[in-house]
Design a protein around this ligand. Structure first.
Ligand code: SAM
Length: 387
């Protein structure tokens, strides 16, 4: 999915709003606040709810849409990020829309997204499918004729209505740019087809669309932590030849697909010479992130490695481990890659890192933690051993 912006004639609202509002997975609020303090110094934390945090911008602080794109990237754990004009609170829809009109300076929007704050109960595809219906029920479709009420296009001016409760919305706006900013609430609208063997298919599908990843056909990929095989299915559908590494058996449906083979062992037990012929590394092991990093590092720094792209999921046994993220991103750079990170809306307590070869250095291990640990078992992702 390309992110070429179309020239929207709809102007930015003025004044733009004194607050930023970021939504996130429930539990990530503190991590988000810490990252925002670094990405946009001078902001102060405002209201806090499970899955949403508001921040007061410093006096005179007026981030441009380009600044917000950078901030969104650096936040990693934000789903939606918008300029916020506060709350509208009314017991019925008509009153709430009047309050919304009084609160917001802009009259015209290309897209209107009404989405719930707490998204624990429903798959994101169902949530996004319900967004247009919710907007119609709430009277927004009549109030904003001509707007889109589902996925926006890059360049669109989007009115955000974050439903905190039945009668209370946080309201504001953002300019759609990157793919996830086009999705209502930053929630991936893709659904998982019935023939896929695991939800990892959808997670990888979201990563591919979120980072606009393009695979050269006939590339070779290795997945560390491949069973039961949903992500391998997605890679095969993209035309790649795939080796799945996992001590657990891959689903027979996937095992039988042309272009697929499994190595039934732990990633760290694969001989270095066997790790040479891959263009892509995908990693999704349910082990401690430090152990995952070591295994990914072994593949990309193996002598003769030709890896040009990495899609690595690092599980976070608890939220405090998110503090190590910038160090892990530094390790990717040390291996000669340009990393970007995002907590996917279809994943759990984990972070997805997409990295491409930055050119020049191949297989460089400087700055990495590869081989720092003695040979032995990987650390499990949870304090309780899960393997
Ligand atoms: C979340 S599941 C992977 C789901 C998979 N990506 C899919 O598409 O269905 C985690 C997998 O990591 C595997 N795993 C755990 N430790 C591993 C290791 N050291 N090497 C390889 N696989 C490992 C587990 O056996 C488990 O199948």
């Amino acid at each position: 999915m390309k992110t070429t912006a179309h020239p929207s004639s709809t102007p930015d609202p003025t004044p733009p709003g004194d607050f930023l509002l970021a939504t996130c997975q429930g539990g990530a609020e503190d991590v988000l606040a810490r990252r925002l303090a670094i990405a946009l110094p001078g902001c102060t934390r405002g209201a806090w709810r499970r899955g949403a945090v508001s921040f007061k911008l410093p006096p005179g602080g007026d981030p441009s849409p380009a600044d917000l794109d950078r901030v969104r990237d650096e936040l990693v754990f934000a789903r939606a990020l918008f300029r916020c004009h506060g709350q509208v609170h009314w017991k019925d829809d008509a009153g709430r829309i009047d309050a919304l009109r009084a609160r917001l300076p802009g009259a015209r929007y290309d897209a209107v997204h009404l989405y719930p704050r707490d998204v624990r109960t429903m798959p994101t595809a169902e949530l996004v499918a319900g967004v247009a219906l919710a907007a119609e029920r709430a009277g927004l479709v009549t109030a904003f004729p001509g707007a889109t009420f589902s996925t926006a296009k890059p360049g669109d001016l989007v009115l955000d209505c974050l439903a905190d409760s039945d009668d209370r919305w946080w309201v504001g706006w953002h300019r759609a740019t990157a793919p996830s900013t086009c999705w209502p609430g930053g929630l991936y609208p893709g659904a998982i087809p019935g023939d896929k063997v695991s939800r990892a298919w959808l997670k990888l599908d979201e990563a591919i669309h979120s980072f606009a990843i393009e695979f050269d056909p006939a590339s070779r990929a290795v997945e560390l932590g491949a069973s039961p095989g949903g992500a391998c299915q997605r890679l095969l559908e993209a035309g790649l030849e795939v080796v799945g590494i996992d001590p657990a058996l891959v689903d027979p449906v996937v095992a039988a697909l042309p272009g697929f083979s499994q190595w039934r062992k732990r990633a760290r037990d694969v001989q270095l010479r066997d790790l040479r012929g891959f263009d892509w590394v995908v990693s999704d092991m349910n082990i401690d992130p430090v152990s995952s990093m070591e295994s990914v590092g072994r593949v990309v720094t193996a002598p003769g490695s030709r890896v040009k792209g990495i899609i690595a999921t690092l599980k976070l046994p608890d939220w405090s481990r998110a503090g190590a993220l910038d160090g892990w991103l530094g390790e990717f750079r040390g291996w000669g890659f340009r990393p970007r990170a995002r907590q996917l809306s279809t994943g759990g307590r984990e972070v997805c890192i997409f990295a491409t070869r930055s050119g020049g250095r191949r297989g460089a291990a400087r700055g990495s933690s590869v081989s720092r640990r003695p040979p032995g078992a990987d650390r499990p992702a949870t304090p309780r051993a899960d393997r």
